[in-house]
Write a protein that binds this ligand. Structure first.
Ligand SMILES: [Cu+2]
Length: 279
């Protein structure tokens, strides 16, 4: 029966209208979609029963012609009160358990990832350090497309791009050079804060070759809305070619914490000539 019902569903409906072209964008997306869709099914079931009972009570116990005064007042119906306490408790605990289980799966760091990339958020772009290959890419803020009439159109060529090899276990080490940002690849269905002075981690396997939109998901200042990037999931050969192109361009080595501009952390100070006292 369920198969028949689901067979009539579009891909969009099957994944609960979440962004993406299917459940296998990363090794985590099908689990996230499952949690989302099943939660809705359970909650709509509860909703249908509740709405049904409400409407039934309204119709069956409506005031009829000739009736006056209040109806019989009932209280302390133990079975119903127990039911209304136990059922929500089971639902809340159930949602909590499934969420915690899914989160634990996603948050588990790989013992030995195939690819390790350090991602630095900075106002208002991104730096990518490919740690295994010891090469880097420094992004600059995206620029508006001057040839487009569309309001807010972005010049495609100015996007910072993060390359990932398909089917390999990736660990992203997320850091910030200044304020709190959040790393969000929309179709990966997960985001994570980038906190100055702290490293957070994202571990996943990108499973489908393609181009994915990314953005900062934490208001970080004037041009937050332009803190965009792209992720290109490519074959191992294309990935190696990209790394080689970085090397050819002279992007040897990594761009480390010396590029941080946060002056509020212990051990950092305002660059000479820029502190208020000196002015
Ligand atoms: Cu940001």
């Amino acid at each position: 029966m369920l198969t028949v019902v689901l067979a009539g569903c579009t891909e969009q409906q099957l994944q609960g209208w979440l962004p993406g072209d299917g459940p296998d964008t990363t090794n985590h997306t099908s689990g996230i979609i499952g949690l989302w869709v099943n939660s809705w099914i359970v909650l709509l079931g509860v909703g249908a029963i509740t709405w049904g009972l409400t409407i039934w009570a309204v119709i069956v116990y409506r005031r009829r012609k000739g009736q006056t005064g209040l109806p019989v007042q009932l209280r302390y119906n133990m079975p119903i009160e127990t039911f209304f306490t136990v059922v929500p408790l089971i639902l809340v605990l159930g949602f909590f358990a499934f969420t915690a289980q899914e989160q634990a799966k996603i948050e588990t760091r790989a013992d030995d990832p195939d690819v390790t990339i350090e991602v630095n958020g900075k106002r208002w772009a991104w730096d990518f350090n490919y740690l295994d290959e010891n090469v880097h890419f420094q992004g600059v803020q995206v620029a508006p497309d001057k040839n487009s009439d569309v309001q807010g159109a972005i010049d495609e060529s100015t996007y910072p791009v993060l390359y990932l090899p398909v089917g390999r276990e990736v660990e992203l080490q997320l850091k910030s050079r200044d304020v709190i940002h959040s790393f969000w690849v929309i179709e990966f269905l997960y985001k994570k804060d980038m906190i100055p002075g702290k490293t957070t981690y994202m571990t996943f396997v990108p499973e489908r070759i393609g181009e994915y939109e990314g953005k900062c998901a934490e208001l970080c200042g004037e041009y937050h809305s332009l803190m965009l990037f792209k992720v290109k999931v490519v074959s191992q050969a294309d990935y190696d070619a990209y790394i080689q192109s970085l090397r050819d361009a002279g992007n040897e080595g990594i761009v480390g914490d010396e590029y941080d501009t946060n002056t509020n952390l212990p051990g950092t100070k305002v660059p000479a000539g820029e502190s208020d006292e000196e002015k």
